[in-house]
Design a protein around this ligand. Structure first.
Ligand code: 5FU
Length: 264
């Protein structure tokens, strides 16, 4: 399909999940479709990185379970930075269990994810009960949270891409709950229609990959050619000598691709 050419803002009105609508409007207002994958391993590094890239990003993506000294204070400090710089927090926990278990994983444990994250995500493998469970967790937290379903992955040989029928089935599951699910982790845009947001990991200037199966595409390819909405960049930014300067470069590349796409 041809990439969606409507602006983020024009699509926001059709998005039933309030976090998804907020993300689309925020991207146009702040002029950034960049998400930084903050894959650092201490709370101090995480907060330092969030403060440095905050002015350039729409979303900070975390793996809270890789932070060795995570406490409730880490979440509180992240929320303050998110509110100060106007970005959303996405905990990339990739829930993948039965509904009853994900209620406890999303709401409890060490990380109490739905108490601070704006965006969470889930594999489609368990079936719709996983979304019912996440809904229970979100409702008991009493906050606005949006869910992304993993429709595709960036890693070599991933079964979502290898098995025909996997991605359409994941999309079909997601679009039945539009007040909760606002989009996908995917390698392309347009899945689920223009009211859904696609966020794409595996982004690096110059492309390439790593030794463990990661496959990279450029911001231009992801947003311009494949029509995705948000680029997710980890090592390309946090391993740079100057993460804030690198974030600015990725921001500009992602934004230029979006503006070209909107021109049709
Ligand atoms: F769902 C996915 C996926 O398919 N590929 C990914 O790479 C998630 N990721 C995450 O994006 C991964 O867990 C990292 O947090 C990030 C990519 O980091 P990189 O350093 O840019 O490769």
């Amino acid at each position: 399909a041809a990439p969606v050419t409507k602006t983020y803002t024009a699509r926001a009105a059709g998005v039933k999940n309030s976090v998804g609508a907020r993300l689309l409007r925020l991207m146009d207002t702040k002029r950034t479709n960049l998400s930084v994958a903050a894959d650092v391993t201490t709370a101090a590094e995480l907060l330092r990185l969030a403060a440095a890239v905050g002015p350039h990003i729409a979303v900070l993506k975390t793996h809270a379970d890789t932070v060795s000294d995570w406490t409730d204070d880490t979440a509180t400090a992240l929320r303050l930075l998110a509110d100060e710089h106007d970005f959303l927090l996405f905990e990339d926990r990739k829930f993948a269990d039965i509904g009853n278990t994900v209620v406890a994983q999303a709401g409890g444990g060490l990380h109490k994810i739905v108490n601070w994250a704006d965006i969470i995500n889930a594999h489609a493998v368990p079936g719709p009960g996983i979304l019912s469970g996440l809904r229970v967790a979100v409702e008991s937290a009493g906050r606005s949270v949006g869910v992304l379903v993993l429709a595709q992955m960036s890693s070599a040989g991933n079964l979502a891409t290898a098995l025909p029928g996997y991605t359409p089935a994941a999309v079909a599951m997601a679009v039945t709950e539009p007040d909760l699910v606002f989009g996908f982790i995917a390698m392309e845009g347009g899945l689920g229609g223009e009211a859904c947001v696609s966020m794409t990991p595996g982004v690096k200037m110059g492309g390439g990959g790593d030794a463990l199966g990661q496959q990279y595409a450029t911001p231009d390819r992801v947003v311009g050619t494949a029509g995705s909405d948000v680029i997710i960049v980890g090592r390309g930014i946090y391993k740079a000598d100057d993460p804030a300067a690198a974030a600015k470069e990725y921001r500009e590349a992602g934004w230029a691709a979006y503006e070209r796409r909107c021109r049709g």
